[in-house]
Design a protein around this ligand. Structure first.
Ligand SMILES: [Zn+2]
Length: 268
């Protein structure tokens, strides 16, 4: 049983209609099946079974080779030693893509932890994305999509993954989002008072910061997509960075929570 049925249905539909996007971004927290689903989809596109409903069959050569990461038309890129993805890895990908497919209808590339593409590698990858190409598919996987160049983000079809099957926001989440929107329109004094209340209160600041993080991430993606918003891309990236830093400090040190939250209040 797949863990992300909605995302799977969407992908399958694009294949049925012959409208699979050229590049996809799977984003959302780690460990919730993004990479597994990407590989299932690459199998579906390359499976040798005649009928789409029967794909991926998991028994044909293409399905098996993809499972073993031994398929000549699939390139998987991930950070070396878990640190970063370097330009040389992107160049290798470019070379692979310039060859004719060996056997598969689709040449596919999966870039795991795509936010770890370093700046040079991102620029090189952007060039690949810009080149028109036949049947090829790029799947980027990331927990931190805001670390990718906006020019990359605007060229990929984004698919969000959730930790829980329901994508509905809870009441608590809705309240926390309403709060931050209100705060961003208040003066600094009111914002600092809020920081104090949050730090002194019984609510879990880390949980609230996580909700804000996810809200500003969505906002950034929609601004990049051309939807007008109150914030610029640069400003949103600053806010996201501030939330991440503070969240990290709060959970790993005994930093003064109120001071840490005040720094965020300055960025809003
Ligand atoms: Zn198959």
């Amino acid at each position: 049983m797949l863990r992300n049925p909605k995302q799977w249905q969407f992908l399958k539909k694009t294949a049925e209609l012959g409208k699979t996007p050229h590049a996809l971004l799977f984003y959302g927290q780690g460990g919730i099946g993004k990479r597994a689903l990407a590989l299932e989809f690459i199998k579906l596109l390359n499976c040798e079974a005649d009928k789409l409903e029967a794909r991926p069959c998991l028994t044909c050569r293409a399905c098996k080779d993809i499972e073993k990461n031994a398929h000549p038309d699939l390139t998987i890129i991930e950070p070396e030693e878990g640190k970063e993805i370097k330009i040389v890895q992107v160049r290798d990908l470019q070379n692979n893509l310039s060859l004719k497919p060996y056997s598969a209808p689709f040449k596919a590339a999966l870039i795991d932890k795509a936010h770890l593409l370093n700046q040079e590698a991102q620029s090189a990858f952007l060039k690949i994305l810009e080149e028109p190409r036949g049947n090829s598919l790029f799947v980027l996987i990331s927990e931190y999509p805001e670390m990718l160049l906006p020019t990359i983000l605007s060229r990929v079809e984004r698919l969000r993954f959730y930790a829980s099957p329901s994508s509905e926001k809870s009441k608590g989440e809705k309240e926390a989002i309403a709060e931050i929107i209100k705060l961003s329109r208040e003066n600094l004094l009111t914002r600092f008072q809020y920081a104090k209340t949050l730090a002194d209160g019984s609510a879990d600041p880390k949980g609230i910061l996580d909700i804000w993080l996810s809200y500003f991430r969505e906002t950034l993606l929609s601004v990049i997509n051309g939807k007008p918003g109150d914030y610029s891309v640069i400003k949103l990236k600053k806010i996201l960075k501030a939330i991440q830093n503070i969240s990290f400090l709060i959970s790993t040190t005994n930093v003064n929570q109120r001071l840490a939250l005040e720094i965020l209040m300055l960025e809003l």
